[in-house]
Design a protein around this ligand. Sequence first.
Ligand SMILES: Cc1cc2nc3c(=O)[nH]c(=O)nc-3n(C[C@H](O)[C@H](O)[C@H](O)COP(=O)(O)OP(=O)(O)OC[C@H]3O[C@@H](n4cnc5c(N)ncnc54)[C@H](O)[C@@H]3O)c2cc1C
Length: 448
Amino acid sequence: MLMTTAASRHTRRDAILWIALYLAAIVGPMALLLVGERPRAGGFWWDFALAIGYAALAMIGVQFALTARFKHATAPFGIDIVYYFHRYLATIAFVFVLAHVAILFVRYRPTVGSLDPRGMPFALGSGWVALIAFVALVGSSLFRKPLRIEYDRWRRWHVALAVIGLAAAVAHVFAIGSYLEPLWKAVVWGGLAAAWFGLVVWVRAIRPWRLTRDPYRVTEVRREPGRSWTLRLEPERPPEVAYRPGQFAWLTLRASPWAMREHPFSFSSTPTRPGAIEFTVKELGDFTRTIGTVRPGERAYVDAPYGHFEIDRFADADGLVFVAGGVGIAPILSMLRALADRGDRRTIVLFYGNRRWDRIVARDELDALAAGPLDLRVVHALTEPPEDWTGERGFVTLEMLKRHLPADATRFDYFVCGPTPMIRLVERSLRRLGVPFARMHSEIFDLA
Ligand SMILES: Cc1cc2nc3c(=O)[nH]c(=O)nc-3n(C[C@H](O)[C@H](O)[C@H](O)COP(=O)(O)OP(=O)(O)OC[C@H]3O[C@@H](n4cnc5c(N)ncnc54)[C@H](O)[C@@H]3O)c2cc1C
């Protein structure tokens, strides 16, 4: 996550640079409209309505860059934060769109003309199409879960509505033409619009095409405890993708990369054992429930690596603390396996929360790591423990952390992965323990 994982000065500098670039991409094109020749002043509210209309368009255009998953741009923040940012900015842009329409409607009613779609001029009609597309876009995103819209279907509609809305908004702006004279201003805004649509082509056509050139084959599907599975994949044309322990991939199974059916999963394998990659997946919904039916030999596509939930960026930590809830163990397994292979002798404590003893993924392997290559202590916490259980019960709390962490643990780095409420609870406890923000790193398994 952004500020909690900003451990290095480089990361902070890059973050500031990208935020500055973002602001420049919004404010810059608007400022250009005010350079040189300008239309005669139409009054404060008129100009204000146009200004927020242009600002909204620039913000909507830049939204396509935010979700394009450019590795350098998402690196300083973490992809989860970029997606949250995308959602908040979309809401702000939407408020601007509504304000633009409301001001014109209330104060300049004649310019809006008749609302009868028959005979409506193109310049106005395109504006209304954009508005309807944005209402549907924002509404379906904010209320996807209560409306029970299946994620993959929502996503396809989301992209379609975004492209329709943007195209209609660009058409509206050019048809109205206010502030777009002389010609060079129209050329600049035309270039911007071309760049936004170029991003769509890159993300939805060119990147999937590139993925088809490096397919993988499923070589093993292993059942794990707790309705989980481990998938092993090998590249058809080695080597496999280069990744660091803790990172994640967008995985496509039983579909082409163009189908927009990819799902994010952390690597549970380690790059120190090359030749194959593994993902450990918990059955949760429509897609993950099909993992157990995948057969060796099936084709897969892997778009990776992504994410900054990784130990290698914090090599200076005196020790490491991992907190995993359920399948949140997947990226932590990758990190522990890598640490073992590298002969790392730092103190490591793993708090591992599960409901039941028989649902713990990689329990034996963790015992073996603790008994052998790593200075690892595993603290199991169960919410439904067996009667004779003498270990920790319930969620990972402040008291539990205090019971097991060494005195100098504020100088350790902390990696937390699991359900969002668990992450929030652990982060609060760590703050109360005096762990600096820069030493807390979380991976949220939910982007939307
Ligand atoms: C960075 C990251 C790493 C993850 N690593 C793992 C892992 O190692 N193991 C594991 O079991 N799970 C992991 N997840 C969660 C996993 O991606 C979801 O559980 C899975 O996509 C759910 O899909 P579904 O159709 O089975 O469930 P659904 O019931 O359809 O979806 C449940 C929720 O998962 C999210 N989701 C669904 N589809 C997608 C998608 N295509 N893209 C993004 N989010 C989606 C949505 O918030 C949705 O509400 C990770 C998630 C993220 C963001």
